[in-house]
Design a binder for this molecule. Structure first.
Ligand SMILES: Cc1cc2nc3c(=O)[nH]c(=O)nc-3n(C[C@H](O)[C@H](O)[C@H](O)COP(=O)(O)O)c2cc1C
Length: 191
């Protein structure tokens, strides 16, 4: 049977890019076709973690195709059935908030909306310092939203960063495969 096509969307949690790209490469090497999407911020912001153009080149090299970086490019993803499932890794607090409140003003939120409108699963891998503070209501709402699934996550530094949660990116592929069967990878919260 042919392997599912995975939409792989990245948001601006720049400190996690290295870890996420490592997992993206493994998934590609496993023979999955990946459609890369980056939010405008992820696509264009240079930070102390690296230059945007270097990250974009690396993503394009891993996936063997151009990054989708605009709302018009992302809009056909669902209706034209360009993917079987969408994973957003890393997913920022900003994008969590938008998804929880029906705001569609980036390539990533557009990709999610275009998948959800035809009932495709969307898998979120949050990485945000305010997951247990300002983003907590959004996280809760999305945990209770049809066709939204999560990559298992944990408090990465409970003493120094008491409100932070980061997904275990090594669980992206199992979470995606579970979501394709309508299941949530468990446990959602890791120790
Ligand atoms: C160096 C740097 C690191 C950041 N890391 C994170 C992060 O890990 N998680 C997060 O939610 N936001 C983080 N942000 C903030 C987001 O980039 C910002 O909220 C942005 O609007 C996200 O846009 P997007 O969700 O469309 O990608 C970081 C910003 C900078 C400059």
């Amino acid at each position: 049977m042919e392997k599912p096509v995975i939409g792989f969307a990245m948001c601006g949690s720049f400190c996690t890019f290295r870890a996420v790209l490592g997992e993206m490469r493994k998934i590609a090497e496993d023979g999955y076709r990946l459609l890369p999407i980056m939010s405008g911020n992820a696509f264009a912001t240079d930070t102390r973690f690296g230059r945007a153009e270097d990250f974009v080149s690396e993503v394009e090299e891993i996936c063997g195709r151009k990054v989708i970086g605009t709302i018009p490019q992302a809009e056909p993803i669902g209706p034209q059935r360009l993917v079987d499932v969408l994973v957003i890794a890393p997913c920022t607090g900003n994008t969590l908030g938008k998804l929880a409140n029906g705001i569609t003003d980036t390539s990533v939120t557009m990709a999610a909306k275009s998948c959800l409108r035809i009932g495709l699963p969307v898998v979120l891998a949050p990485a945000t310092n305010d997951a247990l503070a300002a983003s907590a209501p959004n996280l809760g709402r999305l945990l209770n939203t049809k066709n939204i699934y999560f990559v298992p996550m944990k408090q990465d530094s409970p003493i120094k960063k008491p409100f932070s949660l980061v997904s275990d990116f090594s669980r992206i592929l199992p979470s995606v495969l579970a979501a394709l069967e309508g299941k949530q990878e468990r446990p959602v919260f890791l120790e």
